[in-house]
Design a protein around this ligand. Structure first.
Ligand code: SF4
Length: 395
């Protein structure tokens, strides 16, 4: 089982409790991005295209703990940027797991072997290592040779030390089902505890805009992969109903509040993928966001999205409402032969708004305005914070 039984029980209990309390919106996974700085520059990444003042910002240990206290979600995914560049990361993980939160630390793996001694295996902790396919696929995706081998070596080292390890596999246009299926076989043989997979989201700031999948291609790709996986017992860390959605069998609408994101800017509206504004508090995010303006069919930037940040929570909530349905999909796997469900109409979606430049200018002005009060340099939290060049990825 990719997700430990106790974790599934605790998350299930949490979801049922939210329903019994009549909460319309609640977080399932707190997404934490304590920094944007990364030691890679992947072609499909829309997270690191910021000026140095912003890349040098960090959420402190206390800010991460406060974000958890505000959202109080049962699961926390720490992403970035590259979280292992953050010097307080071991304390952040320790602090969150001590609160019995299930923490997934998402990393490209380049620093993992060097940092492994700073962490201890814990039932509440899992490494989540970025691996977008086999060697050629992954190295091409991250735009650097040798990264796949470093990540695989890190997976082996972490498994030998008794850690839980999952991989995070994003697929792009041009992915070949047979090759992806072979890759899933390989990572299962490597002993990873689970795979989290999704299509890449078309970030407007990603350097490569050519290789994002549209929804029809996404569904066909995942159907073809899952057909090849029948009977293979691949372990996924995602809800079977989310996988069924990827294969074109669920007509889900986005529930972006299920995976709220806290970054150095604040609480991001509306989701992990789209930064259309920021709230100062989690409550403000939940209460004052115009949620109905987002999701496929509602907003142009959401048109092709089938990412877990918007749709996995929908799948989990559906599982509570239709337990017999999830049981069937878990038992037999996603449907791969019957007609797909109709696609959501895009007729009434509102046009995209472009806010990035204004947001960056606002944040830089804010940082500049803080300078006199905090000395001549922009404040940098206690971190491994000298700017890291791509060539510096080994360190
Ligand atoms: S569909 Fe949902 S998760 Fe996807 S970009 Fe839009 S708001 Fe975000």
């Amino acid at each position: 089982m990719a997700v430990p039984l106790m974790q599934a029980v605790r998350v299930g209990r949490y979801v049922v409790k939210q329903h019994l309390l009549g909460r319309k919106r609640y977080p399932l996974v707190l997404m934490l991005e304590p920094l944007f700085r990364c030691n890679l520059a992947c072609a499909g990444c829309g997270k690191i295209d910021y000026p140095a003042q912003i890349l040098n910002q960090r959420l402190s240990l206390q800010e991460c703990l406060d974000a958890d206290a505000e959202a109080d979600a049962p699961v926390i995914a720490i992403a970035g940027g590259e979280p292992l560049l953050h010097k307080e990361m071991p304390e952040i993980v320790k602090g969150l797991t001590a609160r019995k939160k299930y923490v997934y630390l998402c990393t490209n793996g380049l620093l993992l072997e060097k940092k492994l001694d700073d962490y201890e295996p814990n039932p509440f902790f899992s490494w989540d290592i970025h691996l977008d396919g086999d060697k050629a696929m992954h190295d091409s995706s991250v735009c650097q040779e040798g990264v796949y081998e470093r990540a695989v070596s890190a997976i082996r080292a972490a498994k030998e030390r008794g850690f839980r390890v999952s991989i995070n596999c994003t697929l792009f246009d041009g992915a070949q089902p047979e090759r992806v299926a072979r890759f899933f076989d390989e990572v299962m043989a490597l002993g990873v505890d689970g795979v989290m997979t999704a299509p890449g989201y078309a970030y407007e700031r990603a350097p490569d805009q050519e290789h994002f999948l549209n929804r029809q291609k996404t569904k066909q790709l995942f159907r073809d992969i899952f057909r090849l996986g029948k009977g293979k017992k691949w372990r996924f860390t995602q809800s079977p109903l989310f996988l069924n959605f990827l294969a074109g069998n669920e007509n889900y609408h986005c529930t972006p509040w299920g995976k709220p994101l806290r970054t150095v800017f604040g609480w991001q509206r509306p989701c992990y993928l789209l930064g259309e504004g920021y709230a100062k508090t989690f409550k403000e995010l939940m209460d004052d966001t115009a949620w109905e303006q987002y999701g496929t069919g509602a907003y142009e930037k959401c048109a092709d999205c089938m990412v877990h940040s918007g749709y996995e929570s929908t799948a989990v909530m559906d599982a509570v409402k239709r337990p017999w349905h999830i049981a069937k999909v878990a038992l037999f796997g996603p449907e791969t032969e019957k007609p797909m469900v109709p696609e959501i109409s895009l007729e009434n979606q509102r046009p995209a708004e472009y806010k990035y430049e204004a947001q960056v200018a606002e944040q830089v002005t804010l940082l500049e305005s803080r300078k006199p009060a905090r000395g001549p340099r922009v404040r940098v939290h206690k971190t491994e914070d000298k700017p890291v060049e791509i060539a510096d990825a080994a360190d």
